[in-house]
Design a protein around this ligand. Sequence first.
Ligand SMILES: Nc1ncnc2c1ncn2[C@@H]1O[C@H](COP(=O)(O)OP(=O)(O)OP(=O)(O)O)[C@@H](O)[C@H]1O
Length: 302
Amino acid sequence: MDLIEVTNLRKSYKDHVAVEDVSFSVEEGEIFGILGPNGAGKTTTVECVSGLRRRDGGQISVAGVDPGRDRDRLRRILGAQLQSSQLPDRIKVWEAMDLYASFYPDPADWPELLDLVGLTAKRNAMFAKLSGGQRQRLSVALALVGRPRVAVLDELTTGLDPQARRDVWELVERIRADGVTVLLVTHFMEEAERLCDRVALIDGGRVAAVDTPAGLVAAVDDEQEVSFRPSSPVDEAILLALPEVRAVERSGARLVVRGSGNLAPAVTLALAEHQIVPTDLRIEQANLDDAFLAITGKKLIP
Ligand SMILES: Nc1ncnc2c1ncn2[C@@H]1O[C@H](COP(=O)(O)OP(=O)(O)OP(=O)(O)O)[C@@H](O)[C@H]1O
C-alpha cells in the first residue's frame, strides 16, 4: 500500500523554480531515498510533504491526509527531522524530549526512545555539549516522539565522521524494524545504497529515475571488473569460456577480468576447479554515482 503519494509537485521561491515536477510514491514499511546534488530540490520536496511549506501545484497525500490542508492530522502521522532543526544551547537532552512529548496526546515513552538512539547516558547533558552524531541522534528521537507512521529524515549524516555515520544508519534500520516508514533525503550515494529500498534520483527540480539502488545501477551499466593475483599460472581460455567473461588482460602479476552478470562467483568457481586461489581479489562495479551521471549527465557531488 502506498503511504505517501506525491504527484506533479511544484514549488517556486519568488521567480526561482525549486521543484518543477516531482512525483513518487512510498509504500508502507519502506526506506525511500531522495538522492540528488545540492540545490536539486530535495529539501523543498520533503518540506512540502511535511506540511512545512505550501506547494504551488500538484498533489500530496500522506496516509490520505493533505499536508497543505490538515497539518494537525499530519502531525499525528508524520515526524520530521529536518536540516534546519536547532535547539537552544542550554536545553538538556531530557528537557527537549519532555517538551516535545508534551506536544502530543499519546507520545512515545521518551526514556525508551533515548535508549533506542543510544543517548540515555547523555540525558542530563546540554544540547551545546553534544557531538554532531549525538545531536543527529537526538533530532531523530525528537522526530519519533509522536509515534509517527512516517519519519522524514533530511541530510541526517552530513558532517558526521564515518563511525558516527554508521551508527546513525543502524538507527534508521532499527526505526524501520519498528514499523516506521522512512523518507530519507541524502546526497551520499553510499547512504542511499546501504539504507534505501528504493531511491528517487532528483535533479533540477525533477525526478530523473525511481528504482531500487541495484535496479538503477543495472539499468545503466552491467560492466564489472574482477582483478586478482593467481596462486599459480592461469590458462586464460578457461576464463574466456565463461559466458560472464568478455575480456581477460594481464597487468603485471595481476589478471584483470571484465564482464557482466555474476562475474565474480563465476570466475572464482572456475579458478577453484583448477585448484587456483585468487589472492588480493578486487571487484569493481558501477555504483549509484555512475548511475546518476549516466542518467542526468551530472556528477552527484561535483
Ligand atoms: N527559502 C528559500 N528561498 C529562496 N530560495 C530557496 C529557498 N530554499 C531553497 N531555495 C533554492 O531552491 C533550490 C532548491 O533548494 P533545496 O534546498 O530544496 O535543494 P536541496 O536539493 O535540498 O539542496 P541541499 O542539499 O543543498 O539542501 C535551490 O536553488 C535553493 O537555493
